[in-house]
Design a protein around this ligand. Structure first.
Ligand SMILES: NC(=O)c1ccc[n+]([C@@H]2O[C@H](COP(=O)([O-])OP(=O)(O)OC[C@H]3O[C@@H](n4cnc5c(N)ncnc54)[C@H](O)[C@@H]3O)[C@@H](O)[C@H]2O)c1
Ligand SMILES: [Zn+2]
Length: 356
């Protein structure tokens, strides 16, 4: 079948497109080839295993020019959590209006839609303690322990990015009454092909840059915060499965994507070092808290397993090491780019603590 992938030329889109093309499907990308993501747009187009239509998802005319596919996968988005705190209008426009148009297009074609949202809709992961029970948003008390996010948990986003992802999901409720809609909420996605020169996303690309320069890895906070890192291949497999297994119409089927296992930021740094040839690099902690940052995140995979969707094959540790190994010789920004992005946040009053 023919699958239209918005944001198909990006990190997750390319892995998905290769999987789909590898199993005999035709893939078409609708992608603006944004210069924050694509250092060499022509190379991004050449890598994509199908036709790339350069266009903006917020431009109705771009949608009108597309031929009817058999399914739509919606990935295109603005993805920088920190950047979203000051580029508010741009984030809202692309992530909410763009998602509305994706839903409308799939509805008008009468084809299934798989939309990729984010675990950012949960904000801080839930916590639980004997006295207060389950708690969403900030931890209830010092005795609270983090628990995994379930798909029916309330949305408590703490960044504009998270808010726009939550509002974007809301845009799909109406189309889901007419067409099958799956919404996937990935945790932190890692793997080969991740943007290495976009300092507005992912701590891991910053670690790669610092490792290559032989600099210590800078962890914000005391290193005990946790995340759930999912390998991009496992996410691509889940999206491809969702394309092949559309849910019934009525309401969106929402699925978490993660490993279900927590990794501390210190373990993340250790896994990055382990995947590199630089065993001598040290881990440094700095008391920095950026607006929009969260303490704990982890996916509950109960629903994923119950609908028969594929569960991840990579552990977070191996996924992190795989990213470092695969990216070691790929050109990317120097660590100064991440320092500049942090300075930019600090200038705007979005950083607490001393980052020197
Ligand atoms: N990477 C992660 O850790 C992660 C985690 C959770 C959710 N997600 C979500 O997955 C999706 C894909 O993320 P990714 O990591 O591949 O990001 P990416 O930046 O590599 O890819 C996004 C693609 O969308 C394109 N794009 C951006 N704005 C556009 C617009 N207005 N019109 C058309 N195309 C546009 C970009 O050019 C890029 O090719 C996003 O919706 C993101 O929010 C990613
Ligand atoms: Zn409590």
């Amino acid at each position: 079948m023919k699958v239209l992938i918005t944001g198909g030329a990006g990190f997750i889109g390319l892995h998905l497109a290769r999987q789909l093309a590898g199993s005999g499907h035709e893939v078409v990308a609708l992608d603006s080839l944004s210069d924050q993501v694509h250092a060499d747009p022509a190379a991004s187009v050449a890598r994509f295993p199908g036709h790339v239509v350069q266009g903006d998802i917020t431009d109705e005319a771009a949608w009108a020019l597309l031929e009817r596919p058999d399914a739509v996968v919606h990935l295109a988005a603005e993805t920088g959590t920190g950047q979203s705190m000051y580029e508010v209008e741009r984030y809202r426009h692309v992530n909410v209006v763009g998602t509305r148009f994706a839903g409308q297009a799939a509805h008008s074609w009468g084809v299934p839609l798989v939309a990729v949202s984010s675990r950012a809709v949960y904000g801080n992961g839930p916590t639980s303690c004997r006295e207060h029970g389950d708690h969403f948003g900030a931890p209830c008390c010092d005795a609270a322990v983090p628990t995994a996010s379930k798909e029916d948990d309330p949305h408590c986003p703490v960044s504009v990015y998270g808010e726009t992802k939550s509002e974007g999901e809301g845009m799909l409720v109406e189309p889901a009454q007419h067409i099958p809609v799956t919404i996937i909420r990935p945790q932190n996605v890692v793997g080969p092909g991740q943007a290495l020169h976009n300092p507005y996303t992912g701590v891991l690309a910053a670690f790669l840059a610092r490792l290559r320069e032989g600099k210590s890895l800078v962890v914000y906070g005391d290193g005990s915060a946790t995340r759930d890192f999912i390998h991009v291949e496992d996410l691509a497999t889940l999206i491809a499965w969702s394309v092949a297994n559309p849910p019934g119409v009525g309401a969106p089927l929402i699925l978490n994507s993660g490993t279900g296992v927590r990794t501390t930021l210190d373990e993340l740094a250790e896994a990055a070092i382990a995947g590199s040839p630089r065993a001598d690099v040290e881990i440094e902690h700095v008391p920095v808290l950026r607006a929009g940052d969260i303490e704990h995140a982890c996916a509950d995979l109960t629903r994923l397993a119950s609908v028969g969707a594929p569960t991840p094959r990579w552990t977070s540790h191996d996924a992190i090491a795989d990213f470092i190994r695969a990216s070691w010789d790929t050109p990317g920004a120097t660590s100064a780019a991440w320092d500049d992005a942090l300075d930019e946040l600090a200038r705007r009053g979005l950083v607490q603590g001393n980052h020197g």
